[in-house]
Ligand binder design. Structure first.
Ligand SMILES: O=C(O)CCC(=O)C(=O)O
Length: 267
């Protein structure tokens, strides 16, 4: 089974959804989509508004419907999946940072509210954290998605791997000042969980914060298949899912875990 993945590493205009949509449309108009391999496109975290969290009431998308319709139309037009790429959403309980998975028929297949809120960006003041993971079937491939700061929590991503995830999608707004953490953590998550990691970061500057770009596609043995530069760009890689089952058979970490001991050490 093969999957072509594309990371759209884009800049984000703060609070300007129209401009950010036009940018995605422009990049998609230049995207080649093969007919023999399914394609999944990832866009950055909070791509519609950036971190304009103090304007959440004005800017948030009600239940993510506006975004699902926008990405759904693009998915149908180009025959691709959109995975991740979170937006600011309003729900009955409050605001969340939500990623969506949309299939080439334009249907919303799954969604994920960021579980680990990032205090340095005041997410805990404005947002509610998600309460569940996001695993879904992508053309027969076990896929999952998380958002940015979530990658620091190896125990969270381990639960994805234990449930069979083969390709993990990550959307982020990760600053340049910690880009070495970004690259190291993504690679570690791929190696320890023996899965593909497809990670899209934003680039550009908002206020005093510069964002690193450096989007990554990493194989299940930790091999770097794509590494973005600092500016806007689209990177494409074709993944061969056989690599996941092969490494899982060769180094049998999932059979060799001893969880009953781990539990006793934390009590
Ligand atoms: O963990 C980090 O250093 C960056 C996280 C982040 O920027 C975010 O979750 O938005």
């Amino acid at each position: 089974m093969k999957l072509r993945v594309g990371v759209l590493q884009l800049d984000i205009a703060l609070g300007d959804e129209k401009k950010n949509r036009e940018n995605i449309e422009r990049w998609m108009s230049q995207t080649y989509v093969p007919s023999d391999v399914p394609t999944a496109i990832v866009v950055p975290e909070l791509w519609n508004t950036g971190y304009a969290l103090e304007r959440a009431t004005e800017l948030a998308d009600t239940e993510g419907k506006r975004t699902a319709a926008f990405l759904g139309n693009l998915a149908k037009k180009y025959g691709v999946w959109f995975v991740g790429g979170s937006v600011l959403v309003s729900t009955e309980e409050g605001h969340t940072n939500r990623a969506q998975a949309i299939n080439p028929q334009g249907e919303l297949v799954a969604w994920y509210d960021k579980v680990h809120l990032f205090r340095l960006m005041d997410e805990d003041k404005y947002l509610l954290s998600g309460k569940k993971d996001c695993l879904f079937d992508l053309e027969g491939i076990k896929a999952g998605c998380v958002i940015c700061y979530d990658i620091r929590f190896c125990e969270w991503l381990r639960t994805y791997a234990l449930r069979g995830t083969e390709v993990l999608f990550v959307s982020a707004e990760w600053p340049s000042s910690r880009v070495d953490h970004w690259k190291t953590l993504l690679r570690a998550r791929a190696i320890e969980n023996q899965m593909y990691v497809v990670a899209c970061n934003r680039c550009g500057t908002t206020g005093n914060t510069h964002f690193a770009g450096g989007s990554m596609v990493i194989g299940p043995k930790g091999e770097i298949l794509f590494e973005g530069s600092e500016g806007e760009e689209a990177g494409f890689v074709t993944l061969n899912l056989k690599a996941v089952s092969e490494i899982r058979k060769f180094i049998t970490v999932f059979n060799d875990r001893v969880p009953e001991i781990y539990d006793t050490q934390t009590k």
